[in-house]
Design a protein around this ligand. Structure first.
Ligand code: FES
Ligand code: FES
Length: 158
């Protein structure tokens, strides 16, 4: 089936078998391998992307269900050569080690801050609860997200 959707602001399409997940379409048909395949059953969050303003596990969403949607993946997070503030803070805090959870973690964090620019620590924890990290522990990741939100608030107050 022919699926057309907008990915990171660009109209993209692919002819895929009906059982194709959005994750598979992104990675194998649209040449966007940044979104990672972990568990493939909705448990780890490495495949998180934003679809029409909602963070979703793309391994659980059939590409056909995303037809016509606006999708943002990790490839769309940085602005040309400038890292997104979340990427900068993750680097500054040493929030990632192997990095495998990073794309999903960053997309969940972006979706949180898009919808709630001043989250409490508990709201950050809650938003990232579906993203598993086997290396870093979660403290630095959460601190990095909270710091980005602090910077955003300081900028908007200035
Ligand atoms: S790969 Fe989708 S939740 Fe693990
Ligand atoms: S940094 Fe390795 S899984 Fe999170």
């Amino acid at each position: 089936m022919l699926i057309e959707l907008r990915v990171n602001g660009e109209l993209r399409s692919a002819d895929v078998p009906p059982e194709t997940t959005l994750l598979k379409m992104l990675r194998e048909h649209l040449d966007l391998p940044g979104t990672k395949l972990g568990c493939d059953v909705g448990d780890c969050g490495t495949c998180t992307v934003i679809v029409d303003g909602v963070s979703v596990n793309s391994c659980l969403l059939l590409a056909g269900r995303a037809k016509g949607s606006e999708v943002t993946t990790i490839e769309g997070l940085a602005n040309s050569n400038t890292l997104h503030p979340l990427q900068q803070k993750f680097e500054e805090y040493g929030a990632l080690q192997c990095g495998f959870c990073g794309p999903g973690m960053l997309m969940s964090a972006k979706n949180l801050l898009d919808n709630n620019p001043t989250p409490t620590v508990y709201e950050v924890r809650d938003a990232l609860a579906g993203n598993l990290c086997r290396c870093t522990g979660y403290t630095k990741i959460i601190e990095a997200v909270v710091d980005v939100s602090r910077d955003m608030k300081a900028e908007s107050d200035a």
